[in-house]
Ligand binder design. Sequence first.
Ligand code: E4P
Length: 226
Amino acid sequence: MKFFLDSAKIDEIDKAYKCYNIDGVTTNPRHIMNSGKPFLKAINDIAKWVKDNHLEGKDRFPVSVEINPHLDSATDMVNEAKKIAKISDNFVIKIPCTLEGLKAAKELEEAGIRTNVTLVFSPSQAIQAGRINAMFVSPFIGWKENNGEDTYAYMEELTNIYRVKQYKTEIIGAAVRSGKTIAELAELDVDIITCSLEVLENSFTHPYTTFGLKTFTEAWDNTKDN
Ligand code: E4P
């Protein structure tokens, strides 16, 4: 299972890559807003970071960038996606899972522009992303959890459908909020998870590891003739 970082902040991307070996980045308009930069500046800075770290290339380190959410016709979405895709070979264009969005994503994939069908909240929506051969599909998990929904059953159904139908589209478990969900998604053999730096860092640690280390250090120091 690959790990992507959900952020548009260069310091976070840099840390997650250097310390936690992430495989890619996902952004959305909220992450861009939180970066404190205008959209074009934020995505150009990420493209520069990719270049500076020798990660450039269509088949390496995908960076998902979302189109302007105001766009609601397939034609406008395609035109905007084409402009964004020109900035970096690593960019994968996030298109919302609407009727017009799916039409746009199909046209983009056929034109060789990779897409990430986003804002997916049901297996039936995910099927459409698979049918049009999108590069990625992003079922949002944390948002459904907030709503009290059973996300394990949701992801189990979705991954089973993808397995049976043999869709090539890679599944990104998105908006992951905990280590528990990371483990569940790994068990379900989801291709990728994306989460914030905080969730990523927390997933590497456990209070008992810290406690155990302290306990063993004390034991070491109190061992006769050490
Ligand atoms: C994923 O591609 C999305 O950007 C992301 O997971 C959305 O959720 P969040 O911003 O609420 O974490």
